[in-house]
Design a protein around this ligand. Structure first.
Ligand code: DMJ
Length: 630
């Protein structure tokens, strides 16, 4: 194993050692120039000023042309301006190609105090209008050709951009920019894959700094999670070598405990979707193998599954300290097991997961359709009641209500009822606005008390709401989706690294100076996908280019602060310190399975590349087919 080396991080600030002296010497130089200037006669000073003025006019076009070639013109994406750290040369070369600069891009990229942003944007919006902002009107994907937004000749329309919020800003992008962004995602994937291949091949997760790996289940988790991403991104060579590993090395006949939920969404989901995309039965055979080995988890007194299964021994158990399972875990394995039954024509998989939904549907202890976080595997009742969140331990329950309904052809009414009721529950109990800028956010309720805490995990919700609205659910779900999307983006862009922390707290009292606070323990970023996932849905349904722009900013920030030069990306501990974000030395499998896949699809111009009329994504971004109606 190689020890971690500082040069491995893209984000290390070598200037940190001497930043004080850099500032001092600059100040000293400024003072001495001023003294010399004061010693000149008035005539000398006037002559110098006139000369400078003439030189400035003469060189203006050349200078601007030159700058265009060097930077995208955005102080934030220009790595040495806002974040004054020094990047190692080798790492700089790893940066993806920069897109064509456009005036609108520059406007939308501005960070800084939200109040100031709003003021600036109000002014800018008054003079720059881009017309295309197609709201969701339940058009089928691909029915209308995508229009890249263009500046309208007629100027601003009535009602456009009145609020001046970043959410209402219109963005124009060139086709070339977006093509470059797709390439940048492919490049990021290749870079991540290189690290995995060089140091973690066949293991669960890459540890990019120590150039080693970590095992969770010992099943090549990253490789399996990445299969369909490689297929979608068109990385054929990489896909073929991974497929060879699956064919020759992957075995589930192992004496290992795996988590039912994690192995279902990542392994079973990954194999099923790869089977559908490729038609290669290798993946279906492997999916059947892991699916049947997970079934002992359902042998409990209540039929609510245990959290852990030994896939070699065929035994299952709850965690050592409790007989409870997590609600999100037992209710977010349904898409995969239902699909396995459909493909194999063996009903036991679907029956097992349907039983869980049936029981949860009937349970007492919900708050307006919102579920607690734990359920007991002996008596099938909710436990530790009183906490209601859309974050960890409950999140994908809501997502899978909607997605099962879509998967099954919108016939299963109980799923729809539970979903609609839960969204009303969110609106009535968890939705608030922050101060001073009125960002809409989803908080939590703990024993009757509202807490303005929001996990990054909750950022799946804008995408899910938008998907529901696209499938005919109330239009106000789309309005809420747009508001929450803005909030999730602000969770990134208001941080010094431009990357979201794991958890934020919103200010609600009048007189607050900033909307978002982050506690010390919550400052990490695990390369999670939820925000870019939602950006993908919002873009697909609205065709508003700003969502792509936001995704591009996020990808750039991942590249700036989490990319490891020898290969791979790393989770970081501190999104508030651009000089030393404190890498964690771990690349989660969902970075390849989800984050990069959603980014690529966000930048794709082909609505038929995983059409949302044909596929529904599981909670690990593995697309599964919507069942044909008969
Ligand atoms: C993934 O495993 C899935 O997206 C899951 O639903 C939530 N946690 C991670 C990503 O954040």
């Amino acid at each position: 194993m190689h020890p971690p080396s500082r040069q491995d991080y893209i984000s290390i600030n070598f200037a940190g050692q001497g930043s004080g002296s850099y500032n001092n010497s600059k100040q000293w130089r400024r003072q001495s120039c001023w003294r010399k200037w004061k010693q000149l006669s008035r005539l000398q000073r006037s002559l110098i000023l006139i000369l400078l003025f003439i030189c400035g006019i003469a060189s203006y076009p050349a200078v601007t042309e030159q700058l265009r070639g060097l930077t995208d013109g955005d102080p934030e994406t220009d790595s040495n301006s806002v974040f004054p750290h020094v990047l190692p040369e080798a790492v700089k070369q790893d940066q993806p190609p920069l897109p064509e600069p456009t005036s609108q891009r520059k406007l939308s990229n501005r960070r800084g105090p939200p109040v100031l942003q709003n003021r600036l944007q109000k002014k800018e919006n008054a003079s720059n209008t881009v017309v295309e902002d197609k709201a969701s009107d339940n058009k089928k994907e691909g029915e209308e050709e995508e229009v890249i937004s263009r500046r309208g000749p007629e100027g601003p329309k009535d009602g456009e951009n009145k609020e001046g919020s970043p959410a209402n800003q219109k963005v124009q992008l060139s086709i070339q920019s977006v093509a470059n962004w797709r390439e940048a995602v492919q490049e990021a994937f290749r870079h991540a894959w290189k690290g995995y291949k060089d140091f973690a091949w066949g293991h669960d997760e890459l540890r990019p700094l120590s150039k080693s790996y970590s095992e969770w289940f010992g099943l090549g988790l990253t490789l399996i999670d990445s299969l369909d991403t490689m297929w979608i991104l068109g990385l054929k060579e990489e896909f073929e070598e991974a497929k060879t590993w699956v064919a020759t090395e992957l075995t589930f006949n192992k004496n290992v405990d795996v988590n039912l939920f994690e192995s279902t969404i990542r392994i079973l989901g990954g194999l099923l979707s790869t089977y559908h995309l490729t038609g290669d039965t290798l993946f279906l055979d492997k999916a059947k193998d892991i699916g049947s080995r997970l079934m002992p988890a359902f042998n409990t007194p209540s039929k609510i599954p245990y959290s852990d299964v030994n896939i070699g021994k065929g035994t299952a158990h709850p965690p050592r300290w409790t007989s409870d399972s997590t609600v999100a875990e037992v209710t977010s394995i349904q898409l995969e097991f239902r699909e396995l039954s459909r493909l194999t024509q063996e009903p036991q998989y679907q029956a097992a997961v349907a039983e869980v939904m049936k029981q949860v549907h009937k349970l007492n202890g919900k708050l307006d359709g919102l579920v607690p976080m734990f359920i007991n595997t002996n008596n099938g009742q909710f436990t530790h009641q009183g906490i209601y969140t859309l974050g960890a331990r409950a999140d994908s329950y809501y997502e899978y209500l909607l997605k099962q309904w879509i998967q099954g052809g919108k016939k299963e009414n109980e799923l729809l009822e539970d979903y609609l009721q839960a969204i009303e529950g969110v609106k009535n109990n968890l939705l608030q606005k922050s101060s001073p800028n009125g960002l809409t956010f989803v908080g939590e309720v703990s024993h009757g008390q509202f807490s303005p805490k929001m996990d990054h995990l909750v950022c799946f919700l804008p995408g899910t709401l938008a998907l529901g609205a696209y499938n005919g659910l109330p239009a106000d779900h789309m309005d809420l989706a747009k508001q929450l999307m803005e909030t999730c983006y602000q969770m990134y862009i208001q941080m010094e690294t431009g990357l979201s922390p794991e958890i934020v707290h919103f200010n609600m009292h009048q007189g607050s100076t900033r909307d978002i606070e982050v506690k010390l323990a919550d400052r990490h970023n695990l390369l999670r996908p939820e925000t870019v996932e939602s950006l993908f849905y919002l873009y697909r349904f609205t065709k508003d280019q700003k969502y792509r722009e936001w995704g591009w900013k996020i990808l750039q920030n991942f590249n700036k602060y989490t990319k490891v030069s020898s290969g791979g990306y790393t989770s970081i501990n501190n999104v508030r310190d651009p000089d030393y974000p404190s890498p964690r030395d771990k690349m989660e499998s969902f970075f390849l399975g989800e984050t990069l896949k959603y980014l690529y699809l966000l930048f794709s111009d082909d609505p038929n590349l995983i059409s949302l009329d044909q596929y529904v994504f599981n909670t690990e971004a593995h697309p599964l087919p919507i069942w044909p109606s008969n």
